[in-house]
Ligand binder design. Structure first.
Ligand code: KIV
Length: 272
């Protein structure tokens, strides 16, 4: 798909709401740099998430916790330069919004001012509601994130499916309503039973974007490195690999190494 005419219209929170109302599914993918942001935008993705999964796939950390505000700002700035149509959502990194809503607002304002992104995403429900409300009060759109919340991995203890117990499912439904009432424009639900995600999507008027949350939600998100097969060691059931770029890159790079070693590159035409 290429973008032109009507499709070039920038994706806004209002357009996402309209998409939900008319049953048009929302596509969302992560990107962390200018080139990837440009490719994802040109391919017609509705929302680009500058996810804190950058901590894993870009920086090689085991969790999302170490990535800093400065690092997220650096990555988001580059993505924004490449995104013409897609909405760019920037993850607020761990430690920048939990516990202190004034600091949360200060971090949020820094991200918006320095990156020119469109919106922010935060993980959590009731616990972060004060921060969410304060950020929203500055006119900054916020996307929620419930279910498996990687910033809470040390509390959860594993990346297994969340909200399988009734008490956790009840809390998730309550949190989703609290986030909608506070004014969030959308919510990501990560790795929860499909039936529960379907219930949340049908109860809320704002779009619900799933990752490992089944098909009965308003849109889907994946980490681009995973869906393109750049990463190979991460294979949850919900992940569909659309390409095997690791193999393609490995073949190309080893071919280059061999050409350099044998003197086959550069040839006569590849020089001045
Ligand atoms: O950081 C991220 O990539 C995310 C997605 C998994 C939703 O939050």
């Amino acid at each position: 798909m290429s973008i032109h005419g009507e499709n070039l219209r920038k994706v806004t929170t209002q357009r996402l709401l309209e998409m939900k109302r008319r049953g048009e599914k929302i596509s969302m993918l992560t990107a962390y740099d200018f080139t990837m942001g440009t490719i994802v935008d040109n391919a017609g993705v509705d929302i680009i998430l500058v996810g804190d999964s950058a901590s894993n796939v870009m920086c090689g950390n085991v969790t999302t916790l170490p990535i800093t505000l400065d690092q997220m700002i650096f990555l988001a700035k580059s993505v924004v330069r490449g995104a013409k149509r897609a909405m760019v959502v920037v993850d607020m990194p761990f430690g920048t919004y939990q516990g202190n809503s004034r600091e949360a607002l200060a971090s949020a304002i820094r991200i918006m001012k320095e990156t020119h992104g469109d919106c922010l995403k935060v993980e959590g429900g009731e616990e972060v509601l004060e921060s969410v409300k304060r950020i929203l009060s500055a006119g900054i759109p916020v996307m929620g994130h419930l279910g498996l919340m990687p910033q809470s991995i040390n509390k959860f203890g594993s990346y297994s499916v969340r909200a399988q117990e009734q008490s956790e499912a009840d809390k998730l439904v309550k949190d989703a309503h609290l986030l909608e009432e506070a004014g969030c424009f959308a919510i990501v639900l990560e790795k929860i039973p499909a039936k529960l995600a379907k219930q949340v999507a049908s109860e809320l008027t704002i779009p619900v974007i799933g990752i490992g949350a089944g098909g009965d939600v308003d849109g889907q998100v994946l980490v681009i490195h995973d869906m393109l097969g750049l990463t190979q060691d991460f294979s949850p059931r919900f992940l569909r690999r659309y390409a095997n770029l690791q193999e393609i890159m490995n073949d190309a790079i080893s071919h280059y190494v061999s050409d350099v070693k044998t003197g086959n590159f550069p040839n006569d035409k590849e020089q001045y």
